[in-house]
Write a protein of this length. Sequence first.
Length: 425
Amino acid sequence: MEQVKIAVIGLGYVGLPLALEFSKKFNVVGFDINAQRVAELNQGEDKTLEVDNGSLLKVLNSSGVCRLTCTTNIDAIKNSNVYIITVPTPTDKYNKPNLEPLYRASETVGSVLNIGDLVIYESTVYPGATEDDCVPVIEKVSGLKFKEDFHVGYSPERINPGDKEHTVTKILKVTSGSSPEAGKRVDDLYKSIITAGTHLAPSIKVAEAAKVIENSQRDINIAFVNELSKIFNLLDIDTHDVLEAAGTKWNFLPFKPGLVGGHCIGVDPYYLAQKAQEAGYHPEIILAGRRLNDSMGRHVTTEVIKHMMRKEIKVVKAKALILGFTFKENCPDIRNTRVIDIYRELSSFDLDVHVYDPWANPQEIMHEYGIPVVAENQLDLNEYSAIILAVAHSEFFKLKIESNKNKVVFDVKSILPMAMVDGRL
């Protein structure tokens, strides 16, 4: 293990924490094509807030055996013998898997790969993607033969952005390899840093499938309670009162209604669905859950408009404020946020919609969605006819948000007292 030289390809929410942990045992080079991101990291600044900046600076400035180097220079990873790929696996506008980041990363690794090297993928994919889609790219670029000149492994990431309790070393890691020997090599490598332990799967496809169903399962369970929320709203029953009562049974699963976005739960089920359809099976439950969860932005908007009409508040040109834009609380990640659905639906009713989020980067929101963000010193809750609390950032608990005859308050996250709101999921 002492001869291991690791290159981590992709320094985002997954790659950076992993590189930092490995650098406590080995020399690690972190490679990313985003020059601005690398420059920020080399200054000790992680805008994802996934790692402690003090710890980052310490390993960057280390002159010992174990250290981390962040770079955009492909020559810096040539001497590595383990390559770990942690790039995003998004979907396109038609919800089809987009493997382009994986292909580009595989080409990068293939261009520097040597005989005996090991390539490990962490990105979430459908079963078969590693060996059927990525390996041929490596073979073509490197000129090396799979299972003879090099091996691959798959160890799916389980990072939960913004979670400071379940960090990378504290989450049990699934590992796998293209041969029993490669599997053991991958497993031993991760065992060296993962205090929670590892689970060596019998094949790469098993490990790929295990990862993709984790988030598909959560998506389906959330879809179920979202559907319950719609039903109970029609029956004038508070959904959270029902869930609290049902939750007194020991085996009741404690899921709550809400928006389902982000880079995992809102995306991964489409990867499994795509592979199922290629095999000739049309997945009923998986896609039904996706459709229902994707409908929640429209549902929230409809409820807000109904409450405004009941109070005889003029809808057209009314000012509405959305509190929160990230895909989850206390996290700056705006990837695949479904708050955008509420924004677009409200705008379609000709409301003047504003967004305030103390965690999100305003420049990123403008770049990705073309939406300006209200600055904290410009925030005046009294000027809005509708306020939608979309994300449960801790800062929002301190705001004085309360409905009145001229204002509708809708609480998507159900964190406000019922007496202060007009509706919630």
